[in-house]
Design a protein around this ligand. Structure first.
Ligand SMILES: Nc1ncnc2c1ncn2[C@@H]1O[C@H](COP(=O)(O)OP(=O)(O)O)[C@@H](O)[C@H]1O
Ligand SMILES: [Mg+2]
Length: 395
């Protein structure tokens, strides 16, 4: 049922797309011929001020055609503002936004070839499901027959054909969100923007929708910019994640890059959980770095370009990479760090065990497979973690 949508996307624009769309599509094709990673969406030095409040700060961001990019960050970090700038509901106070090599920041929303799914669905309550989905096509003056065909196709895509005559109020939250998705896809935009679209759904439905959207992304070759504050969601869905903090990108990379090689304290703490230890880098080299902790111990870490020897830094190790052994049984080697600790607390979490460890002045968390022996509170243990699992990050 999606074959014709995919075909028309691949072979050129439909009859409803204006000149801008055609030019955008053809320059994107040229870009694609020049290299798969040529930018499709490009934000350059974008700034957004609300009065004197700088909400987006000198933002550079490029997105490749067909990519799924998540904007991840805490509430207030500027994610929605960036999406509204892309969609055309806001104008940047400085900088440029291009789609397929063409400036779009002066164009109104309906001329940008982007579908938007809002946080609160924003369906029209007085219209049927089918009329809601048809709305973007009416806006674009598509003929009646073609509207009918496309609405049917879009509703098939989200498996809600049977509800086409209902009003939104008669649908569940999950169904309403699928309708909003169908409405964003119905005019076959080359980009879909989504602002926390799954925030209001319960866990099970949210996880199902994550997979459904991921699947639609792959099948239709969509370019998706997806806003979320949920790190698990970003890790599950994205080709790349841009981590935002106060209107700036702290780090952008694949889920594994972001999780395994956080570039800053903010990223290390925002994505997942981590143990941080302050110290000073003593040596760096191709085989790794050594860091002397403020508490005096020398710890080995994986190779890192930065910070250089002499700099203050943080050693970061994830709880799932920390293990414990009976006291006195672990051996320090060049690539294995050990510490002495006392078990402060042991919390059963169903699929794993969380140990809170007292290492002198420092607290550490170890996340252990529940198969391992339990350690009673007060037990003295050796804490073990591999150098390869330790990152040195700037303070
Ligand atoms: N229209 C507006 N006028 C003034 N301030 C705004 C406006 N929209 C957003 N802001 C401010 O911009 C900041 C970022 O908001 P937003 O982009 O909604 O963040 P996020 O989506 O990451 O939670 C917040 O401090 C918010 O109060
Ligand atoms: Mg928001």
């Amino acid at each position: 049922m999606t074959a014709s949508m995919a075909t028309s996307r691949a072979s050129g624009r439909g009859s409803t797309t204006g000149r801008d769309g055609s030019m955008a599509a053809s320059s994107a094709r040229v870009a694609a011929m020049n290299g798969a990673s040529a930018p499709f969406i490009a934000l350059e030095q974008v700034e957004m001020m609300f009065g004197t409040h700088r909400v987006v700060d000198q933002l550079d961001l490029t997105i490749t055609r067909g990519e799924f990019v998540s904007l991840l960050g805490p509430s207030g970090s500027g994610k929605t503002t960036i999406l509204m700038l892309l969609a055309g509901f806001l104008q940047p106070t400085a900088g440029s936004i291009c789609l397929g090599g063409k400036r779009i920041d002066h164009l109104p929303p309906h001329r940008r070839d982007m579908g938007v799914v809002f946080q609160n669905y924003a369906l029209f309550p007085h219209m049927s499901v089918a009329d809601n989905v048809a709305f973007p096509l009416r806006m674009r003056r598509v003929g009646r027959e073609e509207i009918e065909q496309r609405v049917t196709r879009a509703l098939d895509m989200v498996q809600l054909q049977h509800l086409r005559d209902r009003r939104p109020a008669m649908l569940s939250g999950g169904q309403q969100q699928r309708i909003a998705l169908a409405r964003a896809l119905v005019f076959e935009p080359s980009v879909v923007l989504m602002d926390e679209p799954l925030g209001a759904l319960d866990k099970q439905l949210r996880e199902q929708m994550q997979l459904d959207i991921r699947d639609l992304h792959r099948r239709l070759g969509l370019t998706i910019v997806f806003v979320t504050h949920d790190q698990g969601e970003a890790l599950t869905m994205s080709d790349r994640i841009a981590v935002f903090n106060r209107g700036r990108i702290e780090q952008i990379g694949s889920p594994t890059e972001i999780y395994d090689r956080p570039a800053s304290r903010f990223v290390a703490e925002f994505i997942g959980e981590t143990n941080l230890m302050a110290g000073k880098v003593t040596t760096t080299g191709p085989d790794g770095s050594l860091i002397r902790l403020d508490s005096g111990e020398d710890m080995a870490a994986s190779a890192a370009d930065w910070p250089a020897a002499g700099n203050e830094a943080l050693l970061s190790v994830r709880p799932e990479n920390v293990t414990v052994q009976p006291v006195g049984t672990a051996r320090r080697t060049e690539r294995v760090n050990i510490m002495q600790a006392k078990v402060a607390d042991s919390v059963y979490q169903g699929d794993h065990l969380r140990l809170h460890l007292d290492c002198g002045q420092r607290r550490m968390i170890a996340r252990l497979d529940r198969q391992v022996a339990d350690y009673a509170v007060g037990t003295q243990v050796d804490v073990v973690f591999q150098a390869d699992n330790c990152r040195v990050i700037p303070t």
